[in-house]
Design a protein around this ligand. Structure first.
Ligand SMILES: [Zn+2]
Length: 262
């Protein structure tokens, strides 16, 4: 599930493959950018902001530009050696190919692929709340934004990227379990919002640098989460069957005993 940590890891993959390199070719398989050619541009920086990827490009005599992409539920970037086979995903899912002398970056099933002047990045990411994995992570600001909408459910508030950027469905469910919060609890009734956002940040940050997302500390298959993806399985703490339900067009998982309705 691409959440803040996955996007952060992906930015590192692109950084390693592309930064400091001049692009020797590009291929955009999205209609809006079909005629765009980035040959001759240098990749200056690969960054993430919440769940958004920002590849910053420079070229003499031109204003710096940013290639933006979003992974949503199913997107991915892979880096390959120049002659290596692209084994990541089926070819029809390829949206972007960027080539340098020493590597090829292939973007699969990317969303919101956009090329804009770097000076205008705020148009795409300016609305985001504090980035869980940013150098400027600010829990007090995240709490202030969440508290401004007291009638929202705590699950909704954690997923709202305008409050804090980087929590997706998995970390939402796991954070609420560990805090003993029923997912439909209104923000106004959550007594420790600071502890809640700080825990979410800790869970996401702990998974930087690896692709297995664990909240239990175990990396073994089937043991990585407390409630996410565990419908009808016994709670790891109290053995009650984990429940699953729709909530705001997403699914949520919770333990009815450890996370009682207030
Ligand atoms: Zn339980």
């Amino acid at each position: 599930m691409p959440e803040g940590d996955t996007v952060w890891n992906t930015a590192r993959v692109l950084e390693k493959a592309l930064t400091g390199e001049v692009l020797t070719g590009s291929d955009f398989r999205v209609p809006r950018l079909a005629t765009t050619d980035l040959t001759g541009w240098t990749v200056a920086e690969s960054a993430s902001r919440g769940k958004h990827l920002l590849l910053r490009l420079t070229r003499d005599g031109r204003p710096p530009h940013t290639l933006h992409s979003h992974l949503r539920m199913d997107g991915a970037w892979r880096a390959y050696a120049p002659r290596e086979r692209w084994t990541g995903r089926p070819a029809h899912l390829i949206r972007v190919v960027l080539r340098t002398a020493r590597s090829v970056a292939v973007g699969y099933h990317l969303h919101e692929v956009t090329l804009i002047p770097t000076a205008e990045e705020d148009r795409l990411v300016g609305h985001l709340g504090p980035d869980l994995l940013g150098a400027d992570w600010d829990p007090a600001e995240a709490v202030r934004r969440i508290a401004a909408k007291p009638s929202a459910t705590i699950a909704e508030a954690l997923l709202d990227q305008r409050n804090l950027a980087g929590v997706g469905n998995l970390y939402k469910a796991e954070t609420l379990f560990l805090r003993g919060l029923w997912p439909w609890t209104p923000v106004a009734r959550v007594t420790d919002l600071t502890g809640t956002v700080e825990l979410a940040q800790k869970l996401v940050a702990a998974n930087r640098g690896r692709w297995t997302q664990t909240t239990t500390g175990s990396l073994r298959k089937g043991e990585t989460n407390y409630v996410y993806g565990r419908r009808a399985q016994p709670c790891r703490r109290c053995a009650t069957a984990i429940r699953k339900a729709e909530q705001d067009e997403r699914v949520t998982y919770w333990c009815p005993r450890c996370q009682p309705e207030p």
